[in-house]
Write a new protein. Sequence first.
Length: 112
Amino acid sequence: MRSMSEFPWPPESPTATEVRQFWPETVAALPVGTHVTGRVIGRQRFGVFIRIEGHANAVGLAEIGGMPHHMELPQPGVEVGGLVVDHADHNHQIKIRLDEWMADPAGGQVSV
């Protein structure tokens, strides 16, 4: 059974069991401050899920709380980059602040 069955989850995405099994390796490979790239695999009102390039069993989450108000969440399939800002041990997610959110195009800076 795939995780988060309340919305479509791409078939090539890791299962919840795989993500949990490889969590210690994922955290070691992606410490806070690491820049990552990946593809948006899911979009919800609270943020986007990201398949992190080079880490088949890792799932990233960029939450809407880190997004400037005038921007929109990227669509599924879009390639994104960002900074690892936290590890959510309770649900095995890598929290990411997207590059486009860190420098506000309107002129202000968004805090990391």
